[in-house]
Design a protein around this ligand. Structure first.
Ligand code: GLP
Length: 261
């Protein structure tokens, strides 16, 4: 696991965008795994900016989102379909038919989840998965206790996550109880992972995920087992890491040929 500590979230987003841009230069038909939440907004803004300046072409890539609330449709203002359209897809030249997000209105959930997994495989597997981290350590919507080998499936949100995400729905009671999410095992099959976290409110959970034991109680801790995972933080989110100075030193002394890799 590589830990990259950036002075600001904007610089973290730029670092992430460069990694993604390099992937798309080398593999224009790459498959991206995308995330929602406040955290990836700066990354998406930077990707849009680079696309508009002609530096990134999304014409041939495919995208799979991590998750969606269950029981709401794509037009619901708090749906992740709407989020992705407003914050990324409608501003770049990705083909709409290449953008997949779990169906929150699926009638046959197990079949829809199996189909989602098969579509990922059919697209060649995810080359790079973008992740945020929930305050309780969740990735996607894999709440604490999720099997570390889980696949795309329905999950029940914790009270904490419903509280954390209440803003999008006006009130906690309006937050759906269920979601469809890629599993931890699904996420771990991506060839590379980029987890972003910003702000002091993420510092404790980042420290648990990066330096604590690997446990389903902190699903993001499984990234320690991934052969190509980067954790990109701002100073505040890195503030409880005991080995922060070492991570900075490693990054500062990275061989030039590894830049953006
Ligand atoms: C939601 C999403 C996660 C995201 C998390 C953190 O629960 N399902 O993918 O990482 O929120 O959100 P934020 O980035 O807003 O802190």
């Amino acid at each position: 696991m590589e830990v990259i500590i950036c002075p600001t979230a904007a610089e973290a987003a730029s670092t992430g965008a460069s990694i993604l841009a390099r992937l798309l230069r080398e593999k224009p038909d790459a498959t991206l795994g995308l995330a929602t939440g406040n955290t990836p907004l700066a990354l998406y803004a930077e990707l849009i900016r680079r696309h508009q300046s002609g530096a990134i072409d999304f014409a041939h890539c495919h995208a799979f989102n991590l998750d969606e609330y269950f029981g709401i449709g794509p037009d619901h203002p708090a749906s992740y379909h709407r989020f992705m359209s407003e914050n990324l897809f409608s501003h770049i030249n990705i083909a709409p038919e290449h953008c997949r997000i779990p169906d929150g209105l699926a009638k046959d959930v197990p079949t829809a989840c199996r189909d989602y997994e098969q579509a990922i495989v059919a697209s060649g597997g995810i080359d790079l998965q973008v992740l945020g981290i929930g305050g309780d350590g969740h990735i996607g919507f894999n709440e604490p206790g999720s099997s570390l080998q889980s696949r795309t499936r329905i999950k029940t949100l914790t009270a904490r996550t419903r509280r954390d995400n209440a803003g999008d729905f006006g009130a906690e009671d309006n937050v759906p109880m269920h979601v469809i999410t890629m599993g931890v095992g699904t996420i771990m099959e991506a060839r590379s992972l980029l987890l972003f976290a910003f702000g002091a409110h993420k510092a404790a959970v980042v420290a648990s995920a990066v330096e604590g034991p690997i446990t389903s109680m902190v699903p993001a801790s499984i990234l320690q087992m991934h052969p190509c995972a980067k954790v990109i933080l701002d100073e505040a989110a890195a503030s409880q890491l005991t080995r922060a100075e070492y991570y900075r030193w490693v990054y500062a002394n990275k061989p030039a040929w590894q830049a953006d890799a």
